[in-house]
Design a protein around this ligand. Structure first.
Ligand code: FAD
Ligand code: NAD
Length: 466
């Protein structure tokens, strides 16, 4: 027997996109149901942003302790630090459970009905949910919101399983491998690769492009490259991975020379990108317009079918949690009758390597490529007092602005702790700030944020501390 229910809005997927859309829809009085097949919080809370940052933090603490054991300039001395990785994983899981439980509570508070099970689309207004236990439920809805997220890309010759790790496996190790080969020097490869190195693992990174973090500009990634080399991470750039076998390890091809070599490895973390989750739940039956592998949407989040909406990773790049959340809120408000569009001036991107990298708005190269006459200026952390007290004097903040009216177009930063500057960067762009607005705002001393103020002053030819 299939139970039949009706609702105004049905959301498929309880990740940052889907759950935020659900909360906002509930707040606005829209009768809403949300289907989640795995765990509320989606990739981000369960197997992405949050657990990775927990592991990165624990690895950093351990690395600091090890450095202190061999002589820190701060005078701190520690003897023989050790890590109990099983306890680290339990601590990380505890954070995940608190947050995912919190999402359930927020949805309840907003009056959203959560259906636990996998959704199968019948048509744009009918979805069958197969619960983990009990009878299927057929939901008829007025609006369908697709928030099914993304999944990691596999290398055909090395499917996930056993020694071949996806990011999910790397976030819950039962033991620390002695030798880890990381395929891909993008976000996941470098964030987790660096964390494993800090945990004492021998890490080798194989990247097809000629440099690490190839989606960022080279000046910005140079301090990351230096940190990798200082940490002792071995890099093979311009190389791709052909296959793996337990005896020889990873077979690597130097692309330019068509030569092969083998890298011994106990575990291989494959981090070569993620793809939108569009198959296996009847999506094809809707025959929506696609843009490559992802669902095509307009500036409202509408797909090519009336009252079928899509948000988050399933709608392509940038595949970031905060974008998914902002899209979710925007779509919920439109279903409630509000006039909204998703047209942010900037979506910040942060890579949580050590040093961290932040990009928001346009880089100098992007501004020039768009035909804009712009000025840019950087301020180094070597001249920032707070950075010195944090033993974090490498890296810089850079600002990009229009030459004629000094409107700020973009910010980039690399350095320890710069992730926390992303808010100020994005606010200045969204609010249409000029260089003078930031340069003449009193910034607290001593803080890393003063480097942003000084970069703005420098662009005006008025830098004080350089
Ligand atoms: P998801 O979070 O993927 O959620 C989709 C949900 O839909 C899933 O829970 C899935 O089970 C459910 N679902 C799918 N199909 C069905 C179905 N048929 N029926 C029922 N349920 C279904 N982003 C950042 O911004 N910052 C970071 O620091 C960051 N770190 C990351 C680290 C890692 C290791 C990874 C893998 C990703 C990271 N990301 C980060 C990316 C971020 O996790 C995603 O951009 C974000 O989760 C996308 O949200 P979403 O709601 O679109 O999809
Ligand atoms: P990515 O796109 O960031 O990096 C993949 C890297 O793999 C690229 O540098 C690419 O050149 C390389 N590559 C591809 N095929 C290869 C091959 N066969 N051999 C060697 N190298 C190869 O992808 P990712 O690191 O898997 O992350 C996926 C997505 O998850 C990101 O794009 C991002 O949207 C999201 N994410 C975000 C954060 C964050 O915001 N801090 C952190 C982790 C993940």
């Amino acid at each position: 027997m299939t139970k039949e229910v009706t609702t105004k809005l049905l959301i498929i997927g309880g990740g940052p996109g889907g759950y935020v859309a659900g909360i906002r829809a509930g707040q606005l009085g829209i009768p809403t149901m949300l289907v989640e097949g795995a765990s509320l919080g989606g990739t981000c809370l369960n197997i992405g942003c949050i657990p990775s940052k927990a592991l990165i933090h624990a690895a950093h603490e351990f690395d600091q302790a090890r450095a202190q054991a061999t002589g820190s300039p701060t005078g701190i001395r520690v003897q023989r630090p050790q890590i109990d990785i099983a306890q680290t994983v339990r601590w990380k899981d505890g954070i995940v459970q608190r947050l995912t439980g919190g999402v359930g509570g927020l949805l309840r508070k907003a009056g959203v009905q959560v259906l636990k099970g996998w959704a199968e689309i019948e048509d744009g207004k009918t979805v069958t949910v197969k619960p983990h236990q009990g009878e299927p439920v057929r939901v008829r809805c007025e609006h369908l919101l697709l928030a099914t997220g993304s999944e990691p890309v596999e290398l055909p010759s090395m499917p996930f399983g056993g020694a071949i790790w996806s990011s999910t496996d790397a976030l819950s190790p039962d033991l620390l491998p002695r030798r880890l080969v990381v395929v891909g020097a993008g976000y996941i490869g470098l964030e987790l690769g660096m964390a494993y190195r800090k945990l004492g693992v021998d890490v080798t990174v194989v990247e097809a492009a000629q440099r690490v973090l190839p989606s960022y500009d080279e000046e910005l990634t140079e301090p990351v490259l230096q940190a990798l080399q200082k940490q002792g991470v071995v890099l093979h750039l311009g190389c791709s991975v052909a296959s793996w076998d337990a005896q020889h390890g990873v077979h690597v091809r130097i692309d330019a020379r068509a030569e092969d070599f083998a890298l011994p490895a106990d575990r291989v973390l494959v981090a070569v990108g993620r793809r939108p989750r569009t198959a296996g739940f009847g999506l094809e039956s809707l025959q929506l317009d696609m843009a490559g592998r992802h669902i095509a949407i307009d500036a409202h989040g509408r797909t090519s079918m009336r009252n079928v909406w899509a948000i988050g990773d399933v709608t392509g790049e940038p595949m970031l949690a905060h974008r998914a959340m902002a899209q979710g809120e925007c779509v919920a408000e439109q279903i409630a009758g509000r006039n909204r569009r998703f047209e942010p001036m900037a979506i910040p991107a942060v890579c949580f390597t050590d040093p961290e990298v932040v990009v928001t708005g346009k880089t100098p190269g992007e501004a020039r490529a768009a035909g804009m006459d712009c000025i840019d200026a950087a301020f180094p952390f070597a001249a920032n007092g707070r950075a010195m007290t944090l033993e974090a004097a490498s890296g810089f903040v850079r600002v990009v602005a229009r030459r004629d009216n000094h409107l700020i177009l973009g910010w980039q930063a690399v350095g320890k702790g710069v992730a926390e500057l992303a808010a100020a960067f994005s606010q200045s762009i969204e609010m249409g700030a000029r260089l003078e607005d930031v340069g003449h705002t009193i910034h607290a001393h001593p803080t890393l944020g003063e480097a942003a103020q000084e970069a703005a002053l420098r662009a005006l030819g008025q830098a004080l501390h350089i």
